[in-house]
Design a protein. Structure first.
Length: 302
């Protein structure tokens, strides 16, 4: 009696089928919820865009801050002196008045010669010379006005540099960390002074299989539980990533969670209670990790 020998390829296919079937069975029992972590809705690092020494830090870690509130300041004494000089140059009117007076004199001289010419007491050459002098005086007046405009722009430029030396909060939020001390030099290679986070709204980013991405509707309200005590909260699907992660075969789904009372803490575990449609779709997706592990074991056994 001959023993029946199953081909290696058939044994490998059977093992893969068993692995997928086992994963589906386990998934139906455990994939009613998926987990991620709670994060601040916005995390903004505040840099000093102008190099210099920090002369003040006006907040502490944990402080609530408002948009536009002053957080810290870089030494601006040299710029203040430059601004004062630029203000004097901008407001100087001596050259302007001199150029205007010269232009008026040349205009009157030209008009006088034109009147004399009507009586035959001035030549065309004298008229041409007076006209050239008048046009030259107008050009000098224009140059003075252009110089004053440049001085106004220089004043505004220094003023803008001064404003950049005052660090302000771009959002309503909380000071998460302060990286510098008063008296410390801030350089372009290490410009971050502090970090501000927005906590009145939180977010959680979940990874879901590509195959269920079309079933996720942005704007839909979903049920979540947060923390070790499974505190129930509501979230809103904000976005689904347009691209997938090739290694994991998943897409990122961003959930927004309103947190006006600060009851939801950053770093807490967040569980998304999947509805029936999503739960069934996720359960049908084979475990990529299990598939690859089984394939690796089979390859080693050949």
């Amino acid at each position: 009696m001959k023993a029946f020998t199953q081909p290696a390829s058939s044994r490998f296919a059977a093992l893969i089928l068993i692995a997928i079937t086992a994963n589906q069975s386990a998934g139906q029992e455990t994939e009613s919820a998926i987990e991620a972590f709670i994060e601040p809705y916005k995390t903004i690092q505040i840099p000093a865009t102008e190099i210099g020494t920090l002369v003040s830090i006006d907040v502490q870690e944990g402080d609530q801050v408002r948009r536009g509130q002053t957080l810290a300041q870089v030494d601006d004494r040299i710029l203040q002196a430059s601004l004062a000089a630029a203000r004097v140059a901008r407001d100087a009117k001596g050259n302007l008045r001199a150029a205007q007076a010269e232009r008026d004199v040349k205009r009157r001289q030209l008009a006088s010669l034109e009147e004399l010419r009507t009586r035959g007491n001035a030549t065309q050459r004298e008229i041409d010379r007076a006209l050239a002098d008048f046009e030259a005086s107008e050009a000098r007046l224009l140059a003075v006005n252009e110089d004053l405009e440049i001085r106004r722009f220089e004043y505004d430029r220094i003023l803008a540099q001064l404003e950049k030396r005052v660090l302000q909060s771009p959002i309503d939020g909380v000071v998460a960390s302060i990286n510098k001390d008063v008296g410390e030099f801030v350089a372009p290679t290490d410009p971050i002074v502090m970090t501000i986070v927005q906590l009145n709204i939180m977010q959680s980013v979940f990874s879901l299989p590509i195959s269920v991405a079309d079933k996720i509707v942005p704007g839909k309200t979903i049920r979540l539980t947060v923390g070790i005590d499974d505190q129930p909260v509501q979230g809103v699907i904000e976005s689904v990533a347009p691209t997938a992660d090739a290694k994991s075969g998943t897409v990122r789904v961003k959930i927004r969670i309103d947190n006006p009372n600060g009851r939801v803490f950053s770093g807490s575990t967040c569980r998304w209670e999947l509805d029936a449609n999503l739960r069934e779709a996720v359960a049908r997706v084979p475990s990529r990790k299990m598939f690859m592990a089984e394939a690796g074991r089979q390859a080693k056994g050949r």
